[in-house]
Design a protein around this ligand. Structure first.
Ligand SMILES: [Zn+2]
Length: 155
């Protein structure tokens, strides 16, 4: 079963996205990375996920598939650990703090947060910093008749 985009049921509506559609938007389901992004950036986000973040993507999918039911000892957990270690992301392993507080759910949230951060710069219009002038400031050019302090100066 698939929807009009050819994405398998349950998956994000953005074409080719490897994540589950978990957030509804405009009558479609998007993943937490694609939701609220301009659709013309969908492919760039999908590419980032598929080419650079698959070790994290797979880990979040495994955690969701296992419905947060394992207790730190079974093979699924070890497979996720091994994948993250191979990708040189030991910082993403379940922390001792997470084991104590929230467990797999807390860990999953952190992994998903990492994915959101990885695509955060995609699809956001770059704002021109207001503190950096784009041209030399040369002062008023046609306000010579506007003298709000004229009275003070005359006094
Ligand atoms: Zn997606």
């Amino acid at each position: 079963m698939s929807d009009v985009n050819g994405q398998p049921a349950g998956m994000c509506a953005a074409y080719g996205c490897p994540l589950f559609g978990t957030v509804g938007s405009e009558s479609r389901w998007y993943c937490f990375c694609h939701v609220n992004k301009p659709s013309n950036f969908n492919d760039a986000i999908t590419r980032e996920l598929r080419e650079r973040q698959m070790h994290i993507v797979e880990s979040t999918l495994d955690l969701r598939r296992h419905a947060c039911s394992f207790y730190g000892e079974d093979s699924a957990y070890r497979a996720i650990q091994q994948r993250l270690i191979s990708a040189d992301r030991r910082d993403l392993l379940m922390s001792a703090h997470e084991k104590q507080n929230g467990g797999v759910r807390a860990w999953l949230l952190r992994l998903e947060r990492t994915l959101i951060d990885s695509v955060a710069d995609i699809g956001i219009q770059q704002r021109i910093p207001t503190t950096v002038p784009t041209a030399p400031v040369i002062g008023p050019t046609h306000a010579s008749d506007f003298l709000p302090y004229a009275d003070d100066e005359a006094a």
